[in-house]
Each structure stands twice: as structure tokens, then as C-alpha cells.
Design a protein around this ligand. Sequence first.
Ligand SMILES: Cc1cc2nc3c(=O)[nH]c(=O)nc-3n(C[C@H](O)[C@H](O)[C@H](O)COP(=O)(O)O)c2cc1C
Length: 268
Amino acid sequence: MKFKRVNLFYYSPTHTTQKIINEIAIGIGIDPLKQIENNLTYPEYADSIIEAEPDDLVVIGAPVYAGRIAIEALQRLSKIRFAGNPAVLVAVYGNRHYDDALIDLREMACAAGLRPVAAAAFIGEHSYSTRDFPVAKGRPDAEDKQAAREFGRKVYEKVQSLSTKTELPALALPGAFPLPERRVLPEAFAETIFEKCIECGRCEIVCPTGAVFFKKGYQTDVSKCTLCCACLKECPRKARVINSEHVQNIREALATKCNVRRLPEIFI
Ligand SMILES: Cc1cc2nc3c(=O)[nH]c(=O)nc-3n(C[C@H](O)[C@H](O)[C@H](O)COP(=O)(O)O)c2cc1C
């Protein structure tokens, strides 16, 4: 199948998914002018979406939260109109495990009329990683990026070998199906240490759900905070924190139990 453009859709609060998707696009090897990057991360994403045309190859990327695809990513992706395109599904996780996340993506993609041709799980620095409790620090690194480009090359070859009319067999992926109930995230939220805050507003800008607002200092709408850690990672003064014993315990457990390097897995 000849495709004219590559249309990338991703949700990536701390940018690791974005990095992987960009490397896959390089590996696919199409002229950058024919690549469209739809970043679904910020609340105003819908204003700039370029929807898929029938001759596009679609690449979708999203992070793993509690063994599933982040729910905000699925909600945003399910609002996009696709045109029966072949699709590449990518889950990025923080070196613990991706559990049922690829099944989540496959089910969303099939419900949206996409035709999954390949999938992969890549590793990114864990959102909860800190200096004291590092988890997959610095990933994706050069080796991961190389693997992502190699995956892109394989995707290109596979899609070229298909005819538009080829009935694709269901993509077999690891994970539970039917999908189990989602696990609940810790009851916690990010907040500001006002003594450290210089009111630059970065936390408000980078929040994917519009949870941060200014009222006598930067406050958090607790009901909207998804614990994505974008504000913690991007605050220039380290003035955003999650004050939660539960999250601190998770951090410590991840840093001790998930310190063996996991490798990208591809399904094609
Ligand atoms: C609320 C939450 C839950 C997470 N759950 C998992 C998980 O179950 N397994 C895992 O390996 N990583 C988990 N992570 C880590 C992210 O999947 C990982 O850091 C990913 O690279 C973040 O993607 P992004 O940089 O595109 O935002 C979780 C992160 C957050 C914020």
C-alpha cells in the first residue's frame, strides 16, 4: 500500500512518548514535509488537529498509567475522525510494565475504524522518577531511539507490502482481553510550595488537563489533576510537589523493584 503522509497523534505530558513517536517517524522515512504531528497533550489540542485522510499512515502514541493507556489520551483519541487508515500503536511505560495497555490501544483503534498493522511498547523515564528515586532515568536513550527508528523501518516495509484491500488479521498483542476494570490511581494531587514559586506560570501552561490556575498563587483543581507530573518536571524552581505518602511509597518501590533495564518490544 502506498501512503502519502504519516499522521502522528500522541499524548505526552512528560515528552517521552513524543520522543519515541518522532524517532519512529524518522524510521518510516517519509519526507518530513509529509509528516503531520498532532500533539493531543494540551487542553486546546482540538484547535490544531489535522485529521487523517484515506492515504495516511496513522501512528498513535500514549503513556501507560496503572497498566492501561492514560484515560485522557483515550478520550482525546476517540474524538478524532479517522478514515479506515492502517495504524501503528505505541505505548510508552516507565520500566515497570505495560500490562494491558496495548490491548487498550488496539480496542480504541478498532472502534475508531483504524486498521492496526503494528504495535510496540517502549520505555520512558518514569513520571514519578526523582533524583533520589530514579526510575528509567534519561530514557528513551540512544539505544531506545535506535530501536524506535528500526521499528519505523519495519513498519514502512510491512505497509508497502499490503494492498489497500488486504484484510488484516487481528493484531495479536499481550495483555488481558476482555479488558479488566481499571485500577484506581492514588488519591493525591500536585501542589505548589509557595515559598519557592516565582509565579512564572509554567505549571499552568504544561498541565494537560487545565488543573492548574492562579488565585493568590498557583493552585490545583484536585478533581482535574491526573498525577502526570508534567508540572513537577517542568517547574524551574522545583516548587511543584506531590505531598502524598502513598505516592512516595510507590516511588521508593519502583526505584528498588524496577531497576532492571526493560527493552522495547515490537509486534509486527
Ligand atoms: C499516574 C501514572 C501511572 C503510571 N503507571 C505506570 C505503569 O503502570 N507502568 C509503568 O511502567 N509506568 C507507569 N507510569 C510511567 C509512565 O508510563 C512513563 O513515565 C511514561 O514514559 C510517561 O509518558 P510521557 O512522558 O509521554 O508523559 C505511570 C505514570 C503515571 C503518571
